[in-house]
Design a protein around this ligand. Structure first.
Ligand code: OAD
Length: 250
């Protein structure tokens, strides 16, 4: 593994334009459960029943009660881990330009990363279904569900539910970045949810080096140039350390 990490660091340190795609796995070590696999959220609740926009419209109080309220409790406590910090270190080193994240937890920004595309939206913001006013999730009172706007409309997190489109500006920018980058780091995603899972395919077809970080193989592993099989916290810290060392030597 050390040799592989060294090789990956040499590739990254030589590139000027690196983009990262992250998924739930990068936040597991911050105490946020993933969606799929062992301990995954979708093992406990059916996403079509609680994470589809039609389910929310049909019974917002139930979706708030079963899914959103407990998500808020988990996310309120979560702090960036070594992997989020390592991506910030790569940005500071001038290597990493942008993070495309499928996560809604805001932990990349909390770690200091500046250019983060929140592909599936942000949990930090709530939006009124009627007047579209926005509120900070931290300021919400949840004594009665669903929480309401002053106008009487129902509040929803500003995230992409199943059955909704990716914000077009996020999709377009991500596609352009994927097509233009020299290397893409793909960290902690099962690479099963489109269109996010297609970004590394675009990168690879456009000639970029694709490096995957995940303890398990995914549908992307075969396409990736390198698979660093391990937990994001450890692998990414070692990788950032190696890159920083190489840059100091050059
Ligand atoms: P998943 O839950 O599908 O996949 C998590 C991935 O993280 C798996 O491949 C795990 O092997 C890996 N993993 C687990 N622990 C890890 C660790 N410590 N370090 C690194 N990797 C680890 O999460 P996503 O791929 O992000 O969509 O899921 C994509 C989308 O599906 C989510 O954004 C969400 C969900 O439905 C929406 O909410 C719209």
């Amino acid at each position: 593994m050390e040799e592989l990490i060294h090789q990956a660091a040499e590739i990254l340190a030589a590139k000027k334009n690196v983009v990262a795609l992250t998924g739930a796995g990068i936040s597991v070590e911050s105490g946020i459960p993933p969606f799929r696999g062992k301990g995954g959220l979708w093992e406990k609740i059916d996403p079509m029943k609680y994470a589809h926009i039609d389910a929310f419209i049909k019974d917002p109080a139930e979706v708030w009660d079963v899914l959103i309220k407990s998500m808020k409790e988990v996310l309120d406590r979560a702090r960036p881990n070594a992997a989020h910090k390592a991506l910030f270190r790569l940005e500071r080193a001038g290597i990493l330009k942008t993070i495309i994240t499928q996560n809604v937890d805001g932990l990349h920004q909390a770690a200091g990363s500046k250019d983060v595309i929140e592909f599936h939206g942000s949990f930090a913001v709530q939006r009124c279904m009627d007047c579209h006013a926005t509120f900070e999730t931290g300021s919400l009172k949840l004594d009665s569900l669903p929480p309401m706007c002053q106008c009487g409309g129902i509040l929803r997190p500003d995230v992409v539910f199943f059955g909704e489109l990716i914000p077009p500006n996020h999709l377009k920018r991500s596609q352009l970045l994927a097509a233009g980058c020299d290397a893409m780091l793909v960290i902690g995603t099962s690479a099963t949810v489109e269109p996010a899972a297609y970004m590394p395919v675009i990168a690879k077809r456009s000639g970029a080096v694709v490096i995957e970080v995940n303890p398990e193989p995914t549908p992307l592993t075969r396409l990736a140039d390198m698979a660093l099989m391990g937990k994001a916290g450890k692998v990414m810290s070692l990788l950032a350390e190696e890159v920083e060392k190489l840059i100091r030597q050059w």
